[in-house]
Write a protein that binds this ligand. Structure first.
Ligand code: AMP
Ligand code: ZN
Length: 491
């Protein structure tokens, strides 16, 4: 089935055609590992996961997916520095070697990141590589040298900068983002990794060593520029090394269009002579309770914060996949609750299907027209620029109109097969028998309190009876009076 995707480069929805079908090469800007991932970051990674799963399941492609780990940048250096408050206690004492501190610090958060993404259904086995930027030092240096040799970079005080003015004479700077000419500050150099479109200027490729910071030797021209890479160069170098240019798809959050992705395009074209990719795909932002997530508003959550509130990570995954990736997602706890209900409703339907089947699903060959039609409709929605809200709506309409009890066996088989395929994309359902929930017995002391309350009530000592009832309720149980006496239940 042909998949269409919104391409930020052409600003249109286009049919997707890889260069080397059935293989697809895809690169996603990964996390900066200086803290636990927040739920906004996770939306970006879930979007990439949704895309690669749809390409496999609906498009029938083999996907080679790379997501980098930014283990060197302004923030990782700042927070791993000797004496930093941000040093995790779990890591013990710091060393006085900045490189070792950086490595230990980023390895710790990388491990936590991998745990987080697996909790929300990203399968590590789908990732061809998760390269660390610091393991690609020679490749980054090689690219900077190429850019320099082509005349699009210059050295100042031990740092290397990309010469935007010169590049603008050779090619377009502003392919993903319209850059107003008046915003361009010719000859101004910017050292920060992140900056906004109001300060378009020469960006840093390599930063001169600062006291106490990790650094590497770098021979360029006839100088040894001891220092470390800027942020943008790592993605360009790793894409070239691991996927080759041009690769098929590049993903990231909309905030990365400028400067990060714009700079990636300029670097690859100036250094390797080829643009990195043909399809640039960006996810919109996640907001919490209608507002930009921020620590000062108290609406900033890591995945761990949300799980600690008793939320099932599968509901977080489904909530994020329920909105179209190109629209802002309003993450609310009420939304999580309705997502949970929807997920359990569909899960119950799947349990019903599984319960009704007493033969091998895979050996069923009879056509099952309803299941085939549903599959066609749902996959067509997914193929249509990953329209997950419409795909889910089709599924719910179907299950509401087709109770399992009224279905033929061939339909049941077809539907189980379809839901399994669907789960290769959504990854939130189980295909086991419905678990049998056995009620745990009521503890003896609770039973004794309830009996004492019953006695008090019979003796018309209502004050004591009330106190005892409250005590039982405070411990998570309910007393219900019946004709014969009373029963105790868990809340
Ligand atoms: P970082 O770890 O800051 O490099 O960000 C990792 C990814 O998360 C990038 O693709 C960002 O664009 C994305 N991202 C950051 N904040 C949000 C947000 N609130 N909603 C969606 N994506 C985000
Ligand atoms: Zn990147």
């Amino acid at each position: 089935m042909t998949i269409t995707l919104y391409n930020s480069l052409t600003r249109t929805i286009e049919p997707f055609a890889p260069l080397n079908a059935p293989n697809v090469t895809m690169y996603s800007c990964g996390p900066t590992v200086y803290n636990f991932a927040h739920i906004g970051n996770l939306r970006a990674f879930l979007f990439a996961d949704l895309l690669q799963r749809t390409l496999r399941t609906v498009g029938g492609y083999d996907v080679r997916w790379v997501m980098n780990i930014t283990d060197i940048d302004d923030k990782t250096i700042r927070d791993s520095a000797f004496g930093s408050q941000a040093w995790p206690t779990a890591l013990g004492t710091q060393s006085d070697d900045p490189k070792k501190n950086l490595r230990d610090f980023t390895e710790y958060y990388t491990k936590e990141f991998v745990a987080d993404i697996s909790a929300i259904g990203i399968d590590r086995a789908h990732l061809y590589a998760m390269p660390n930027a610091t393991d690609y030092m020679p490749q980054m240096q090689d690219l900077i040298r190429r850019i320099y040799e082509q005349g699009f970079a210059y050295i100042r005080s031990g740092s290397v900068y990309f010469d935007v003015a010169k590049w603008r004479k050779a090619d377009v700077y502003g392919k993903l983002f319209t850059i107003d000419a008046e915003n361009f500050q010719e000859g101004v150099r910017i050292d920060a990794d992140e900056y906004d479109r109001e300060s378009v200027s020469d960006f840093v490729l390599w930063k001169a060593q600062k006291d106490g910071e990790p650094s590497w030797d770098f021979e360029i021209g006839d100088t040894n520029c001891i220092g470390r890479p800027g942020w943008h160069i790592e993605c360009s170098a790793m894409e070239y090394e691991l996927l080759g240019l041009p690769f098929d798809i590049h993903t990231g959050g909309v905030d990365l269009k400028f400067p990060h992705h714009e700079d990636e395009i300029a670097q690859s074209k100036a250094g390797y002579g080829i643009e990195p990719t043909r399809y640039w795909c960006h996810n919109e932002f996640l907001e919490v309770e209608g507002k930009k997530m921020s620590k000062s508003l108290g609406n900033f959550f890591t995945l761990r914060d949300v799980i600690a509130k008793g939320i099932d990570p599968l509901d977080i995954r489904l909530l994020m996949l329920s909105a179209h990736y190109g629209t802002r997602l309003n993450f609310t706890f009420a939304g999580l609750e309705s997502t949970r209900k929807a997920r359990l409703r569909l899960q119950e339907y799947i349990y019903d299907l599984v319960e009704h089947i007493n033969f091998d699903v895979n050996s069923m060959t009879d056509p099952a027209p309803q299941a085939i039609a549903l599959r066609e409709q749902v996959f067509a929605e997914l193929a249509n620029d990953l329209n997950t809200p419409k795909a889910l709506a089709q599924i719910f309409t179907f299950i509401n109109n087709n109770p399992v009890a009224g279905l033929q066996e061939s339909e049941i088989c077809g539907l189980i097969r379809f839901f399994r395929e669907l789960n290769d994309v959504f990854a939130v359902f189980h295909f086991t028998q419905r678990p049998v929930v056995t009620a745990e017995p009521i503890p003896d002391d609770i039973q004794a309190l309830a009996t004492a309350r019953w006695e008090a009530k019979r003796n018309r000592d209502f004050a004591t009876a009330d106190t005892l009832r409250k005590e039982v309720e405070a411990r998570g149980f309910l007393i219900k009076d019946t004709k014969e006496g009373f029963v105790v239940e868990r809340v």
